[in-house]
Design a binder for this molecule. Structure first.
Ligand SMILES: [Fe+2]
Length: 244
């Protein structure tokens, strides 16, 4: 099954070039008639305004061949506003799902940090979410999806906008599992301990991770993967980054 990841669309209250990026990417996904799932991995609206989510909903409604679509919230989103706007629509916000036989677990990292050590953009996973994650991945293979990457993929500035209780999340991984995230606006494929962390490119703009401070670049589009079963485990192959 193909996995299309569109992330960090950062739509504004009024339609602009970022909407055009999203529409172009959705058109590519819609043209693919293979078994597929679309993951919208957060920071969908730049300021969590309903108008932005409603436009995403409208764009998806025009894509008839996209029947499996799951979204989660990023640090720029408001989960409650998202849920209200996507209610009854093909964009699902779930804790877990099975798509074409592949089990997914969606981890909400969009809660605000409890302490003052992190920078604006950081997230936190609630104790309840941690318990659900531990239970979900204890025995059966799962593909984990989140907005914030759960391991360090870049430098200190990016760590400052990461998950406040990252260590608690990583401790849940008692087996090797693949995590697909956004937030970094850059493609990464990094293995550390039991975590294989994939991070997809953003549709809004890229981030230069060689730099010590966040610098934008024009490396943008979406990431495409293929999931398959091998000896009872889920294998995820990165097919390509579709660039706009
Ligand atoms: Fe983000």
């Amino acid at each position: 099954m193909k996995i299309y990841q569109i992330t960090d669309t950062h739509l504004a209250e009024a339609s602009n070039d970022l909407d055009t990026n999203l529409i172009r990417l959705l058109d590519i996904v819609n043209q693919d008639k293979d078994d597929k799932v679309l993951l919208l991995t957060g920071d969908l609206a730049n300021a969590a305004v309903p108008a932005a989510y409603q436009r995403i909903r409208t764009y998806l409604e025009a894509c008839e061949s996209i029947t499996h679509c799951y979204a989660l919230a990023g640090n720029h989103d408001d989960l409650h506003v998202m849920k209200a706007c996507f209610k009854g629509n093909k964009i699902k916000i779930r804790k877990s799902a099975i798509v074409n036989g592949f089990p997914f677990h969606f981890l909400d990292t969009s809660q605000k940090p409890l302490g003052n050590d992190m920078d604006l953009g950081a997230g936190r996973v609630t104790n309840r979410e941690i318990a659900a994650l531990r239970k979900a991945i204890r025995k059966t293979p799962k593909l984990i999806v989140s907005h914030h990457p759960i391991i360090d993929v870049s430098g200190q500035w990016f760590k400052q906008i990461g998950i406040e209780n990252q260590a608690d999340v990583v401790r849940c991984f008692n087996h090797k599992r693949t995590v697909i995230s956004g937030h970094a606006h850059h493609y990464f494929d990094i293995e550390q301990g039991n975590v294989r962390q994939l991070v997809g490119i953003a549709s809004a703009y890229g981030f230069e991770h060689q730099s010590n401070t966040p610098q934008r670049n024009s490396y943008l589009g979406m990431s495409i993967y293929k999931a398959s079963w091998s000896q009872g485990e889920i294998c995820v192959e990165h097919l390509n980054n579709y660039l706009l």
